[in-house]
Ligand binder design. Structure first.
Ligand code: 5GP
Ligand code: MN
Length: 338
């Protein structure tokens, strides 16, 4: 038994899971390790309960995560059926994060429940278990699994430990509580390979990523406690892939002179219009979650993001002054913890 009694799971969530037979698990666009780990972990957990379960993601599976048990079974928007009796949305703070994989018309009569750890969650399900004290949605699933009394098999453990390891940058983020470590320990005991997960998700990259980062970091800016870089479509095209900006975010957020950092990545938005994906980080004691939420995105106090319409120059020109003003306001009104 784990010491997780501080976390309340809504009774209605447990009841709906128990009553369902054929469940679709969905996670988010621009997926990270917690998205993969929690959507596959949920799938394995439901199968452990003897139910039919399918995992769906809006984008194709990234090669970095193809090692996860069940990754080959993840379907895209074209692979879903319409006879589910429950949909579980995982690791998403708002409905738009489900992208095309959630077909609002087809799924109109299927209840959607939400399991998420983002403080900015908009409670878009019929039941919402939102627990910002958890460092990863995968940690919430360890607790759920324990509460359901399911035996943790090695598949499930591998998926859930991956979510915890990636969202905590291997237990380095400020939300790495004793409960996080306890959940991770339970998964390792159940057969998850910690060193292998770290190697596969955090400690390896293609040479093209190194070249991309070197080009991007050569143009790094620092102004009034805010550091930022831009990633153009041309740079992404030269690298030949999307890049992994969560590790690049870690590099930026370790800059001594900055309390906040941002990566602005140029994208082609809906109907071919220019858009920019913004990824924000804040040092302990600072908060970028609220700003991202105001801009239509979401996240946590130390890590957040949003996607904005406009060219790279327009978005950077608009958002950097907001970050600088926000940092100054927080320096003046709050006393940072560190
Ligand atoms: P990252 O910078 O690693 O992509 O994202 C950091 C955090 O912000 C993650 O928890 C992610 O879920 C959240 N986030 C990033 N982009 C968006 C967005 O466009 N919308 C919402 N709601 N959350 C986002
Ligand atoms: Mn997460």
């Amino acid at each position: 038994m784990m010491s997780t009694d501080i976390f309340d799971i809504p009774m209605e969530l447990l009841a709906r899971i128990e009553a369902a037979h054929n469940i679709l698990c969905i996670s988010h666009v621009n997926a990270d390790g917690d998205a993969y780990g929690s959507v596959l972990g949920m799938m394995w957990m439901l199968r452990g309960l003897g139910k039919r379960a399918c995992a769906a993601m809006p984008d194709p599976v990234l090669p970095d995560f193809s090692f996860l048990p069940g990754a080959g079974e993840i379907v895209g928007p074209d692979g879903t059926a319409d006879d589910y009796d429950l949909i579980i949305g995982l690791d998403m703070s708002s409905a738009d994060r489900m992208g095309d994989v959630y077909d609002a018309e087809r799924f109109a009569n299927i209840p959607l429940v939400v399991i998420d750890h983002h403080i900015t969650n908009t409670h878009f399900g019929v039941v919402n278990w939102v627990e910002p004290r958890c460092a990863a949605t995968a940690q919430m699933l360890v607790i759920l699994n324990d509460r359901l009394g399911i035996e943790t098999d090695a598949h499930l453990a591998e998926c859930l430990l991956t979510g915890i390891v990636t969202d905590t940058l291997c237990f380095r983020t400020s939300n790495t509580t004793p409960e996080v470590l306890e959940s991770a320990m339970c998964m390792q005991r159940a057969g998850a390979h910690l060193a292998e997960i770290v190697r596969r998700t955090l400690n390896r990259m293609p040479f093209s990523t190194l070249r991309l980062w070197s080009a991007v970091l050569a143009g790094a800016h620092l102004d009034q406690g805010v550091t930022w870089v831009t990633v153009s479509r041309e740079q992404l095209g030269q690298a030949g892939h999307e890049g992994d900006d969560s590790r690049l975010s870690s590099i930026l957020s370790s800059v001594n002179e900055a309390d906040m950092s941002a990566i602005f990545t140029e994208k082609l938005g809906a109907n071919g219009r220019p858009a920019v994906e913004c990824s924000f980080r804040a040092k302990p004691g600072f908060n970028v979650g609220e700003l991202a939420f105001q801009l239509g995105g979401g996240g946590h106090a130390p890590a957040s993001g949003c996607t904005l319409a406009g060219s790279l120059a327009e978005v950077v020109g608009r958002i950097v002054p907001m970050l600088i003003a926000e940092r100054r306001r927080q320096v003046e009104t709050c006393r940072p913890a560190f």
